[in-house]
Design a protein around this ligand. Structure first.
Ligand SMILES: [Zn+2]
Length: 250
C-alpha cells in the first residue's frame, strides 16, 4: 500500500486541478452507517415508505418520528474523521478544488472544505416548507413533531428525498468540475448510483487520472480508475498527506 500512497502523493503534487468524489464509505469511520447495502439504514427502514417526498407530504409526523429522528441522532453526534480532515488539508495546501459528495452529513464542511457540491443536499440543515427559513438540525426542538418554524410552516431536511430531482445547478457544477479536473480522487464510494457514477467517467474521458481509495474493488476498478489504494479512507489520507508534505517542502 505504501508505494501506491507515494504514487498518489506524487500525482497530486503534480496536479493543477484535483477534485474528490465521496460517498457513504468515507463517513462510516465517523459512525454514520451507509443507507444502502448490508447493515444499511434502508434494511431497517423502507425508503419508499419513509424517505419518499410523497410519504413526507402525506404524513410528515410519521417520517419525522421514524427516519428523521433516527438520522438526527446519528448526524448530531458525528465528527469528521481522518479522511475528511485529510481532504480539508489538501484544500489548505492548495491541492484540492472541489468535493462532489453523495453524503448529506455535512462533515466535509465541518472539516474545513469550502467548495462542496452535495448532490443530495445537506441533512445538517432543516428548511421551512412555507417561508424557506433554515435552521441547523442540531438546534431543532423535538418536543413538537413535526417541528415547526416560527411562521407555522413544517421543517423538512434540506436534502433530496426520493422522488425529488437533484438540483440542476449541482449537476451542472459537478459535470463542469469533473470535466476540468486532472485528478479525481474517489473515496468511500463504489459509484454505482447515478448521477455520481457518471462523474468518474466524465473525468476519465477528459483525460484526468482517477485514483480510488476504497476498502475493496468496485465496478470502477481496472476499468475507469487508474489505480486503487485498498484501505480505510482515514489511514490512506493520513499517508498521502504525510508524503505530500515531504514533496511540497522539498
Ligand atoms: Zn417558516
Amino acid at each position: 500500500m505504501q508505494d501506491l500512497i507515494e504514487r498518489a502523493a506524487r500525482d497530486i503534487a503534480g496536479s493543477t486541478y484535483a477534485i474528490a468524489l465521496t460517498g457513504a464509505g468515507i463517513s462510516v469511520e465517523s459512525g454514520i452507517p451507509p443507507f444502502r447495502g448490508k447493515g444499511g439504514l434502508w434494511e431497517k427502514i423502507d425508503p419508499m415508505e419513509f424517505a419518499h417526498i410523497d410519504s413526507f407530504l402525506r404524513d410528515p409526523e410519521k417520517v419525522w418520528n421514524v427516519l428523521i429522528k433516527e438520522m438526527k441522532g446519528v448526524v448530531d453526534e458525528a465528527k469528521p474523521n481522518d479522511a475528511h480532515t485529510g481532504l480539508a488539508d489538501l484544500e489548505r495546501m492548495g491541492k484540492l478544488k472541489t468535493i462532489i459528495t453523495q453524503n448529506v452529513d455535512g462533515l466535509h464542511q465541518v472539516a474545513g472544505n469550502t467548495d462542496v457540491i452535495e448532490f443530495h443536499g445537506n441533512f445538517a440543515w432543516q428548511r421551512c416548507m412555507d417561508c424557506g427559513g433554515k435552521i441547523e438540525t442540531s438546534e431543532i426542538d423535538l418536543s413538537e413533531i413535526p417541528p415547526r418554524c416560527a411562521c407555522g410552516g413544517i421543517y423538512r431536511p434540506d436534502c433530496v428525498f426520493f422522488g425529488e430531482m437533484i438540483p440542476p445547478d449541482y449537476m451542472r457544477r459537478s459535470q463542469q468540475a469533473a470535466s476540468l479536473c486532472d485528478i479525481m480522487l474517489v473515496l468511500g464510494t463504489s459509484a454505482v448510483v447515478q448521477p455520481a457514477a457518471y462523474m468518474p467517467v466524465v473525468a476519465k474521458e477528459n483525460g484526468a487520472k482517477v485514483i480510488e481509495i476504497n476498502p475493496e474493488n468496485t465496478p470502477l476498478t481496472g476499468r475507469i480508475s487508474d489505480y486503487i489504494i485498498l484501505g480505510r479512507g482515514g489511514e490512506v489520507m493520513n499517508g498521502i498527506i504525510a508524503e505530500l508534505e515531504k514533496l511540497l517542502d522539498a
